[in-house]
Ligand binder design. Sequence first.
Ligand SMILES: [Zn+2]
Length: 58
Amino acid sequence: MTDCTYCGCPVEAHDPIFVSETPDGEPTAQFCNYGCLSAHIDAADLTTGTACEWSPSQ
Ligand SMILES: [Zn+2]
């Protein structure tokens, strides 16, 4: 059983998304769905200071 990185629920009960932050492709995080993935990104401030910056005003 694999728990959601954000909410801790078993991801198998939903439509799981696996995220890899390593070059060898081993999953390092998993989420129930895009809602948990998005919430985790917001909570962890992962959109701040990344190399691929996105700005709607430019
Ligand atoms: Zn979740």
